[in-house]
Design a protein around this ligand. Sequence first.
Ligand SMILES: Cc1cc2nc3c(=O)[nH]c(=O)nc-3n(C[C@H](O)[C@H](O)[C@H](O)COP(=O)(O)OP(=O)(O)OC[C@H]3O[C@@H](n4cnc5c(N)ncnc54)[C@H](O)[C@@H]3O)c2cc1C
Ligand SMILES: *[C@@H]1O[C@H](CO)[C@@H](O)[C@H](O)[C@H]1NC(C)=O
Ligand SMILES: *[C@@H]1O[C@H](CO)[C@@H](O)[C@H](O)[C@H]1NC(C)=O
Ligand SMILES: *[C@@H]1O[C@H](CO)[C@@H](O)[C@H](O)[C@H]1NC(C)=O
Ligand SMILES: *[C@@H]1O[C@H](CO)[C@@H](O)[C@H](O)[C@H]1NC(C)=O
Ligand SMILES: *[C@@H]1O[C@H](CO)[C@@H](O)[C@H](O)[C@H]1NC(C)=O
Ligand SMILES: *[C@@H]1O[C@H](CO)[C@@H](O)[C@H](O)[C@H]1NC(C)=O
Ligand SMILES: *[C@@H]1O[C@H](CO)[C@@H](O)[C@H](O)[C@H]1NC(C)=O
Ligand SMILES: *[C@@H]1O[C@H](CO)[C@@H](O)[C@H](O)[C@H]1NC(C)=O
Ligand SMILES: *[C@@H]1O[C@H](CO)[C@@H](O)[C@H](O)[C@H]1NC(C)=O
Ligand SMILES: *[C@@H]1O[C@H](CO)[C@@H](O)[C@H](O)[C@H]1NC(C)=O
Length: 578
Amino acid sequence: MTCLFSLRRQLIGFVFILATWVPTTVGKVDYVIVGGGPSGYVTAELLSRNPNVTVTLLEAGADNDDSVNVNTPAYSPLNPDKAFFYYSEPDPNLGGLSPNVAQGKGLGGGTAINALGYCRGAASVFDQWATISGNPGLSWNSLLEDFEATTHYTHQPADYEQFVNESVFGDGPLEVTRSSFLTGLEIPFTAALKSILGLPDVSMVDGTGIGVDLSLGTIRSSNRSRSYARNTFGQLVENRPNVQVLTNSWVSRINFDGTTATGVDYVNTLSNASVALEAAEVILAGGALNSPKLLMQSGVGPSSVLSSLDIDIVADIPEIGQNLWDHHYSYIEFQVPDDIYTWWQITTNMTEIAISVAQYTNQSGAGPLGSNNGEAFAATRLPDSVFGLGVNGSHFTSLPADRPYVLYEFSTVPFRQPAPNISIAAVWVALVQPEASGYLTINSSSYLDPPLAHSNYYGSAADRAVMLAGYKQLRQVLASEPMRPHYMQEVWPGSNVTTDDQLWTAIQQSASSFHHPMGTLALGSVVGPDWRIKGLDGIRVVDSSTLPYLPTCHPQASVYAVAHRAARDIIRDDTVEL
Ligand SMILES: Cc1cc2nc3c(=O)[nH]c(=O)nc-3n(C[C@H](O)[C@H](O)[C@H](O)COP(=O)(O)OP(=O)(O)OC[C@H]3O[C@@H](n4cnc5c(N)ncnc54)[C@H](O)[C@@H]3O)c2cc1C
Ligand SMILES: *[C@@H]1O[C@H](CO)[C@@H](O)[C@H](O)[C@H]1NC(C)=O
Ligand SMILES: *[C@@H]1O[C@H](CO)[C@@H](O)[C@H](O)[C@H]1NC(C)=O
Ligand SMILES: *[C@@H]1O[C@H](CO)[C@@H](O)[C@H](O)[C@H]1NC(C)=O
Ligand SMILES: *[C@@H]1O[C@H](CO)[C@@H](O)[C@H](O)[C@H]1NC(C)=O
Ligand SMILES: *[C@@H]1O[C@H](CO)[C@@H](O)[C@H](O)[C@H]1NC(C)=O
Ligand SMILES: *[C@@H]1O[C@H](CO)[C@@H](O)[C@H](O)[C@H]1NC(C)=O
Ligand SMILES: *[C@@H]1O[C@H](CO)[C@@H](O)[C@H](O)[C@H]1NC(C)=O
Ligand SMILES: *[C@@H]1O[C@H](CO)[C@@H](O)[C@H](O)[C@H]1NC(C)=O
Ligand SMILES: *[C@@H]1O[C@H](CO)[C@@H](O)[C@H](O)[C@H]1NC(C)=O
Ligand SMILES: *[C@@H]1O[C@H](CO)[C@@H](O)[C@H](O)[C@H]1NC(C)=O
């Protein structure tokens, strides 16, 4: 239904010819937004509040708003078909392994398929962004307005205690709530974390960076369905006559006149027809891997890369694609007894499947399907002693006091495939404030080819020291008193893995992306405080590529808030011109 709807609008609005090499030129809009993820949708919603402003949002993927696997929180792992399934380049730090770094594709972007965790993390990160960018609006105290304006909190009644600082939510479209159902591991795991780390319960939405959190999710409490960019900001723009949202519309090129962007070419992926759309302003919101890729393929990036691919150079900007950050993690898996609700139970046991589906569909989202498979977490620093002789730990030891080094989290979904036929939980340690970054480049001028992400996992001696210490501490957590009744045996890497060398091999073999890439079009180096790409006119960036360094926990909250701030700045700056 919804797909037909958008296709109909497309046919009314545009004329196609069936040739891929000569784009049909259509009318001109004020803003063309490239990408229908959270940053694109938030920007579209704010800009189009003025009915005199025309906005076209182009999304490469489909509208999956009626998908059960998108809407049902526990089914979030079942959406690899709604992603750009990218892999990192073979990483020498991982013995040549290439973990996947899949990114959302379809209306909602990553928020349609992500694990729904909502948090903001340490306040000092945002203050650092304000300094780096020269935009004081990004400081924690200012950006809190945008965190509030994008969200509201709904209390979920349930039979457990949780400290949630509700004062830092507003009445924005995105709904945030807590779990209605516990898998059975949340309370023992967080008790174990508190006992080993000596940290309190906190609410990592109010600027707090360190502590233990039962976690919150982007879930509608009324029926426990996913709250995301498509059914919040997307719903608001759906019937505005000045907005067009076009799905299956993959932007293949940004067009320039000199160094001024004049619009884009996009390919209708159903027909392969190519369309040229002119715009007063191009706004990139394709995410941290696709936005720099598109720029490079359009002639903006490091000239050496562009020349080697015979791409005409619009502007030589060597920093484009540099500064690729992500939260990387490594995991341990263990067998749990029957009283823990795991993915294995809700997807392989026919009795449990029938019960959980009936609960969810007939009781307003009750039961395990209305929750995101666990996800309680802690964020902590580690003692200076982890930096042994000859390891320079000053990146970590000089971080502001509210910053953790690592994040520990659990899920009842096994990561390792093929998963053995037993009930398994996974715990992992993520390096959340790494010292070493990677970079992104291209080896093709075709929009159909993936970018090359040189992720540089655990890329400095201090990063490696923190990961090894974190991995060992995670085992201590699993071995602690509160976990004892819920822990049967380590399934991976296995209790025979004990020496530092063996543990490091396990860390490499289980190394994974948290799917939080950012920084490749960073504020400060590539993007100015006005969200414009320095040295170019008519083009801005509002997505996760702009974030110059990592928040201390899951980033979607920050992406929504930063795009909200960017849109406010753009409206202020453009009012005179339009
Ligand atoms: C599997 C997964 C799990 C995650 N889990 C969590 C979590 O639990 N909590 C959390 O806080 N964060 C999580 N994240 C991260 C979070 O979803 C992202 O940080 C966020 O979605 C980034 O927003 P964005 O707007 O920058 O880009 P995206 O969300 O990636 O959106 C970009 C959109 O642009 C489209 N696009 C790209 N290129 C083009 C083009 N050339 N033409 C047209 N359209 C284009 C894409 O199809 C996509 O829809 C997860 C992400 C993934 C992928
Ligand atoms: C839109 O344009 C009309 C006609 O020029 C003008 O009267 C109106 O104030 C404008 N609205 C806004 C919100 O700018
Ligand atoms: C909630 O967050 C606000 C804003 O950071 C803070 O001032 C307040 O102290 C917090 N409340 C509690 C109970 O921690
Ligand atoms: C859940 O409730 C919302 C309203 O809060 C409604 O719009 C939506 O269709 C419902 N979704 C499902 C999957 O039942
Ligand atoms: C569109 O182009 C792609 C890539 O060349 C090709 O795989 C696909 O079959 C084409 N689709 C149509 C409808 O022509
Ligand atoms: C499947 O679930 C039912 C109901 O909880 C339980 O009685 C049964 O033991 C489970 N079967 C297996 C193989 O775990
Ligand atoms: C929901 O309840 C109805 C009526 O009680 C029942 O017929 C149906 O089978 C239930 N649905 C599921 C999925 O169990
Ligand atoms: C240690 O690392 C920091 C950067 O984190 C750097 O500034 C400093 O020069 C390094 N010190 C030595 C002795 O290499
Ligand atoms: C998994 O194990 C259960 C017993 O616990 C068995 O009934 C089932 O057939 C097994 N499934 C597979 C795919 O081996
Ligand atoms: C580009 O890189 C990919 C991934 O490493 C590789 O598979 C492909 O062969 C490369 N293509 C060219 C033309 O070098
Ligand atoms: C641990 O035991 C497993 C299973 O027997 C084996 O595959 C693995 O190689 C062993 N690892 C080490 C480090 O000995």
